[in-house]
Structure formats: C-alpha cells, structure tokens
Design a protein around this ligand. Structure first.
Ligand code: GLA
Length: 397
C-alpha cells in the first residue's frame, strides 16, 4: 500500500463523497521497547508510538450516520449511531462501531460523519493497527462534534488522553471481543515524538522518557501468520490470574521480584514460569528507565535481550521466526539488544542498533532471514512519534 499525504487523502474524500473534508484525524501504531505481557497484570510497560498512522479524513454530517470508505480494503461501511451492530462483511469497521458504541454508553453525544480511512500501520503484524484505528476514531468523533471549525468552536467531545485510551480498550474488549490490556491504546493516545512512555498499568500514571540519541529502533516484521495469538493470549492471562490467586495477591504487580523468587515453589511448574516472566519483566521496565535516564544504551539492550529470552523460555510466546530475527541481529556490529515485541506468536521483533550500523543490519536481516525461514521479512527503522491528534487543523470547506 503506497503512502498517502494529506492532499491525496483529501482528494480521495472529495472523489468518494462529492464535497471537501473538514478534518484529518490520526493515531499511530506502536512498538513496545520492554514490558511484555505485563499490562494485564497491572505492571509496567515502556512502548513508543511509531511514525506510522491510521488516518481518517472526514466531515461532520447533519444526521446520525457514520459512513467510512477504507482505502486499504476498497470497501465502504455505513451504520447509524442509533443502531450499532457487528459487521462481519467489513471487519475493519468494527473498531469504529465499537468506539461509537462505547462512547455513547459512556454518555457522550456523538454526531455522524463521512470519512475515508487510510492506514500505513501494517495490518495484523503486531504493530497495533487496531488500537490506532480506535484512537483515530475517537479523534474523528471529537472533530465531528466540533462542527466545521476547530479554530473557533471548542469540541464538545473533549476526551482526556487516558480516558480515551480506557474507552478504546473497552471497545476492543467488549465490542470487538479481544481481551487485550491497555498498553496499545494508551501509547497510541499519549505517545510523544522522540520519547518512550512508561505506563504504570495499575494507577495509569505515566512518564515520558527521552529516547537515547544515536540509536535506531529497527522493526522486523517476520511476515509469519499469528495463528495461535488469540487463544494462547487468553490462556496466558488465565495462568497469571491463577498464579496471583494461589499467591493470595490481587495481581502479579503486588509481589516484588525477591518475594516471588522465595515463593515460586508454591506454584505448579507452568504457572511458576509464567509468573516469573511477568514479575521480573515488570522490574526490567524500571531498570530500563534507569538505563535510559543514565543514557546507558548498552544496559537497555541487555535488558531487551533478557526480556526476549524470558518470553521465549518462560512465557513461551515467541516463534521460530522471531527467534531467528533476534539471533541474526544479536550477532551484528552495533546491536545493543533485540527482542520480540507485542503479544508474540509471529508479528514483529525489534533491534536497538547504533545509527551508523542500522542500514547494514537491515541488509543482513533481509539477506539472512529468508535463508533460515523461507520467508521474506519487512524491515523498517522507526522514530518515536506523537500520539493521536490532527494531521492538520480542520479547514472550512
Ligand atoms: C497485545 C495486547 C497488549 C499487551 C501485549 C503484550 O499487544 O494488545 O495489551 O498485552 O499484547 O505485552
């Protein structure tokens, strides 16, 4: 899918609907630097928003219809805000429907809109195109509720970034039916250019941490199908909950690494492995922040390596393709660390690499990975980017 600038997107809108759009809302995908499978255990995470977005160019309607043309799928979906149902023909539209449903149930008054949707966040690759669609939808409803001109009319649907993330997560949990934690929506909402975001998934406090100068985050999409992702994800969640129950705590957040190590023998072997990953991974996030604050990129890289090994051996959510990427990257010059990112079972791995070695690493992966897996990877450098917003302020049409 070629990239699209705002002008192209606006003309797509005009071609589709016969008039000019009033707003361009956007929200990014994400990669997680460290803190995997900790969010639904109330732990810490450290993701960045990436420079790939889902964008909605749209305009307010005077009725309660939402009509969206998705460029990536060449499909139009339409629904009334008075009657929101699942759409099995246009799966992508369920993120939009879900957000509308949850916002209304939370008491927000919405207006309908027409929009064209375009995403350059790869779909089903573990980079959170779904969270990006949800957050872009919240921005679109905000813009639509402001009428034609955000310069003079304050939006009536001003949603705080944390609240927006919570509502988008609810849409995914309750309407789409995916039992995810809050990380993806939160970073898509509140990411900041050149910063990582530490999120405390219990209190929802968060802190921006500057990304280290001189290091590139290289994303490698394994292009392997993520078949087990849904069922295994829910199974891991259940194992963590069982561990917390057996330890007599509300969640795995409520035990220190040291106390857990003393008590791990109380748990069945599999549960102990899963919980050991979560408890130590959450601590690794705090250690990673210390490393970042001291500009100790080597220490951050070492923590990323430990994270991957733990996800592979204890949490058992890696795959041979993810392991292959990590293995290739770790042997290369300038690489501080490499790990899978996101839920696992396929999807993407990331490598933290010195800027001057990033291009050579990308070439090496493109060359070596197909030899090991018979698959062609997609490799891109990403830049920590801003969370949800407007690509340009709405113009009078
Ligand atoms: C998916 C979920 C997140 C999080 C990660 C694993 O991306 O959507 O909430 O649980 O997996 O860290």
């Amino acid at each position: 899918m070629p990239n699209m600038d705002i002008t192209q997107l606006k003309s797509q809108f005009t071609a589709q609907f016969g008039y000019a759009p009033g707003f361009v809302a956007r929200a990014p995908g994400r990669v997680n630097l460290i803190g995997e499978h900790t969010d639904y255990n109330n732990g810490f995470v450290l993701p960045i928003a990436i420079d790939r977005d889902v964008t909605l160019a749209g305009a307010l309607r005077t009725d309660r219809t939402v009509r969206v043309y998705a460029i990536n799928f060449d499909q139009t979906a339409e629904f009334s805000l008075d009657h929101i149902e699942h759409d099995t023909q246009h799966d992508w539209s369920n993120y939009i429907r879900g957000v509308a449903d949850v916002l209304q149930k939370a008491g927000y008054t919405l207006g309908g809109f027409d929009a064209v949707l375009f995403g350059d966040v790869p779909i089903a690759s573990g980079l959170s195109s779904s969270a990006a669609t949800e957050m872009a939808t919240i921005m679109a409803f905000t813009a639509a509720s402001a009428g034609d001109d955000l310069h003079t009319v304050p939006p009536t649907l001003l949603i705080d970034g944390v609240r927006g993330a919570q509502l988008a997560q609810k849409a995914e949990n309750q309407f789409v039916g995916v039992n995810c934690g809050i990380m993806d929506q939160f970073i898509s909402s509140l990411g900041r250019r050149h910063h990582a975001l530490m999120i405390d998934c219990r209190s929802l406090d968060y802190k921006l941490v500057p990304m280290p100068a001189g290091a590139t985050v290289l994303v490698v999409d394994t292009t392997a199908p993520r078949t087990l992702a849904g069922s295994a994800y829910n199974q891991r969640r259940a194992e963590c909950e069982e561990g917390a129950r057996l330890l007599g705590i509300a969640s795995l957040r409520d035990i220190t690494s040291a106390d857990f190590d003393r008590r791990a023998h109380e748990l069945p072997a599999i549960i102990a492995k899963r919980c050991a990953h979560v408890v130590h991974e959450s601590q690794r996030v705090l250690d990673a922040i210390t490393a970042l604050q001291g500009n100790d990129i080597a220490a951050l890289g070492a923590l990323m390596n430990q994270s991957h090994d733990s996800l592979r051996d204890l949490y058992e959510v890696s795959s041979k393709e993810l392991d292959a990427v990590v293995d290739i990257a770790r042997g290369e010059p300038g690489v501080y660390g490499a790990r899978m990112t996101g839920a696992g079972f396929g999807g993407c791995a990331i490598a933290l690499v010195a800027d001057e070695h990033a291009a050579a690493l990308a070439r090496k992966v493109a060359d070596e990975y197909p030899r090991r897996t018979s698959r062609t990877p997609k490799v891109y450098a990403c830049i920590a980017s801003d969370g949800a917003g407007w690509k340009s302020l709405p113009t009078m049409s």
